[in-house]
Design a binder for this molecule. Structure first.
Ligand SMILES: Nc1ncnc2c1ncn2[C@@H]1O[C@H](COP(=O)(O)OP(=O)(O)OP(=O)(O)O)[C@@H](O)[C@H]1O
Length: 367
């Protein structure tokens, strides 16, 4: 397998649409990298640049030891010579061809002998569990099966790199969970270097060895899922990868005696928070890190945020999504116990999980 390295990649469409802004991204050999970001923030462009369907405006693209694109050096290797398999958002199966011919198509383009094509198509169909569909047309398959055919077609050439653009977006929620598990399993089995782009945090959190978060064409953070979730570099990443309560406020005091004060909430920050007196900040706490209790609790890991009134309590299968009004702030919490609307509860934040961002830069200061 090979690594993929994007060095200082910029892509400008027309005069001034900056789709990618100095992207630096190394995908290690055999790694599953998920690139995530909102719609229109450059994900597809990044994939197309790796595939060779788009030329970068500046920077270098390396696949293994081969420099496949470098405008400065006048290098551009076309897609057919990059040994890449690609799965598109709509799977792009040929409707008039049977599954066998859909999968065989890239091999026939390469002029591979018939016997060999037969062997390879049957081999990959076996791996993907779609042997019984080979004689059908795409319209005769379920969404999950169609997706497998698209993956089989991408993998049949034994590419060095697999690129997937929102491969689950056409699947309903239940199949999506199975399809994700399937893709992860295949990727592990084959050990193929993979880049998948998505706007869905669940894809990123469940599939990635590492996640790269894109915002307006610029990488915000690259790291394993738990790190991006627990230590987001800024408010944008924190918000994008999951739900987070954000409260504007100011630091009062410093060192062991530093408080966050904002939205009517005053909490003592942990001693190692490096808080600077009078700094304007945003406090971040994820709903699952907010604890609601009828009793008073004393635990060093819990920061008391005050008494709140329960405004909403929704059953969400084994847990409750609760909205609590805490002074002038509404705080979302996930609770294992049910509370009544209007009930007064003690609200605690998990001290190990609170995040403090600088108000101006929105970068993480502590957390
Ligand atoms: N061929 C093109 N010509 C001009 N502008 C383009 C072209 N392709 C993409 N763009 C612009 O580049 C930016 C990034 O687009 P891109 O398709 O990479 O985003 P994306 O994150 O993949 O979005 P989505 O999730 O909606 O597919 C957008 O502003 C888009 O309008």
């Amino acid at each position: 397998m090979v690594r993929v390295y994007l060095h200082d990649i910029t892509k400008i469409f027309g005069k001034n649409v900056v789709a990618l802004d100095r992207v630096e991204l190394e995908v290690k050999s055999g790694e599953f990298m998920v690139v995530m970001g909102p719609s229109g923030h450059g994900k597809t462009t990044l994939l197309r640049i790796v595939a060779g369907l788009e030329e970068p405006t500046d920077g270098e693209v390396w696949i293994g030891d081969i420099l496949v694109a470098s405008p400065r050096r006048g290098i551009f290797i076309p897609p057919k010579d990059r040994n890449i398999g690609m799965v598109f958002q709509n799977w792009a199966l040929y409707p008039h061809m049977k599954v066998f011919d859909n999968i065989a198509f890239p091999l026939k383009l390469k002029g591979i002998p018939k016997g060999e094509v037969e062997k390879k198509v049957r081999g990959i169909a076996e791996v993907l569990g779609i042997t019984e569909t080979l004689d059908r047309y795409p319209r005769q398959l379920s969404g999950g099966q169609q997706q497998r055919v698209a993956i089989a077609r991408a993998l049949v050439k034994e590419p060095h790199v697999l690129l997937m653009d929102e491969p689950f977006s056409n699947l309903d929620t239940r199949i999506r969970v199975m399809a994700r598990a399937f893709v992860k399993d295949i990727q592990r089995k084959l050990g193929i270097t993979t880049i998948l782009v998505t706007h869905d945090p669940a894809d990123a959190l469940t599939l990635a060895d590492r996640i790269a978060v894109l915002r307006r064409g610029a990488i915000q953070q690259i790291g394993p899922p738990n790190e991006v979730y627990d230590r987001p570099t800024n408010v944008f990443v924190a918000n994008f990868i999951g739900e987070v309560n954000l409260v504007d406020g100011v630091i009062i005091g410093k060192g062991n005696e530093a408080y966050f004060d904002g939205g009517g909430i005053k909490i003592q920050l942990p001693p190692n928070s490096n808080a600077i007196n009078a700094q304007n900040v945003i406090l971040g706490i994820r709903p699952e890190d907010v604890l609601l209790s009828r009793e008073t609790l004393s635990d060093n890991d819990l920061l008391y945020a005050g008494k709140g009134i329960v405004e909403i309590s929704e059953f969400a299968g084994g847990k409750f999504n609760v909205m609590v009004k805490l002074q002038s702030t509404e705080v979302k919490a996930v609770s294992s116990v049910s509370f009544g609307i209007g009930e007064i509860v003690n609200v605690y934040f998990n001290a190990r999980k609170i995040k403090v961002f600088d108000k101006k830069t929105e970068n993480l200061l502590y957390g």
